[in-house]
Write a protein that binds this ligand. Structure first.
Ligand code: ATP
Length: 312
């Protein structure tokens, strides 16, 4: 974060899930999750400036068509913080949108986290981190992780976090799709696949924490060995995302054919993430994948150690 002439600028990362184990539907309508979040060096940049009221504008390569009003999570984050702290929501927010929207990369959550951090600083609140994290959890399941970054285990809806100390960074290729997928629709499709109807008995679904522990993914991220990590990735939402966006099967097959160590749908999709041996392999893989025409865009990123940060 940096504060220049009354402005606060926050750079905040997208995420992928290295494992996403989805448990049963809870009475509150959310699913119990066990996941390993991994922050990427693909970032949105949010600037908060002094203003007479709350305003927002969105620009950047992925900003087209994104709401710049109360429907934007950054706006809601600023309102929530102001209400919580009992201060007027006077801030001009500007988002440079680099994270594809509705892509399974938690870009909206990233912007909400950025707005919390920036407004907290701009308004001189300096709330303790646990208080900001509690507000984050009210805004969305992935917002608390966006405040934290790095690599972390998420439980509950994903808001109960335990950082994985010593997690290595890994090289990835993201394959961005043309359209988006609505997260609630993907969870609804998962429930449908699991046979969960209004009159159907609740299906037996494995305890997500046990699934995550059995995968050994947390140990693989500290090993720094991409070959080991490749065999430990997983996403319970992938079959549902593939059912709603069948073209993703081609993207995943193309990534494997181009030499990825492993590939998976990121979160609720439709972005696919491919693990590479190192940065050079990722760049080669991205070029090869882009040449297949199986995705809108393919680009190399680094995952595991990115955090909300000060602009240089
Ligand atoms: P989720 O975090 O729910 O898994 P996602 O990562 O797939 O979502 P996001 O880019 O966060 O996708 O967008 C999810 C929805 O949130 C979209 O319908 C989008 O219009 C809305 N949204 C609100 N504010 C933002 C924002 N600042 N950036 C991106 N999407 C936003």
């Amino acid at each position: 974060m940096s504060q220049t002439a009354g402005r606060v600028i926050v750079r905040v990362p997208a995420k992928i899930n290295l494992q996403l184990a989805v448990g049963p539907l809870r009475p509150d309508g959310f699913h119990e999750l066990a996941t390993v979040f991994c922050a990427l060096d693909l970032c949105d940049v949010l600037t908060a400036s002094p203003a007479g009221s709350l305003t927002l504008d969105v620009q950047g390569p992925e900003g087209a068509g994104l709401a710049a009003d109360r429907n934007n999570l950054a706006w809601r984050a600023a309102e929530l913080l102001a209400g919580h702290a009992g201060v007027p929501a006077r801030v001009g927010l500007h988002i440079e949108k680099n994270i594809p929207v509705a892509a399974g990369l938690a870009g909206g959550s990233a912007d909400a986290a950025a707005a919390l951090l920036a407004c907290d600083r701009l308004w001189g609140l300096h709330l303790p981190a646990p208080e900001l994290a509690a507000l984050a959890a009210r805004l969305g399941s992935d917002v608390a992780f966006a405040l934290l970054g790095g690599t972390a285990v998420g439980a509950g809806r994903g808001e109960r976090l335990r950082p994985i100390e010593g997690a290595a960074s890994f090289s990835w290729v993201l394959a961005a799709a043309d359209g988006g997928l609505a997260t609630p629709a993907v969870y609804a499709e998962l429930d449908r696949q699991r046979g969960l109807g209004d009159d159907a008995p609740a299906p037996v679904v494995a305890d997500p924490a046990a699934t995550l522990a059995a995968s050994g993914v947390a140990e693989a991220v500290t090993s720094g060995d991409p070959e080991l990590l490749a065999g430990r990735l997983g996403n319970d939402l992938q079959p549902a995302a593939l059912a709603l966006a069948p073209y993703l099967a081609d993207t995943l097959a193309a990534g494997q054919k181009c030499g990825a160590l492993a590939g998976l749908v990121s979160g609720s999709g439709p972005t696919c993430a491919f693990l590479a041996r190192d940065g050079e392999h990722a760049r080669t893989l991205a070029r090869a994948l882009a040449g297949t025409g199986s995705c809108r865009q393919a680009f190399a990123v680094t995952g595991g150690t990115a955090r909300p940060t000060v602009l240089g």
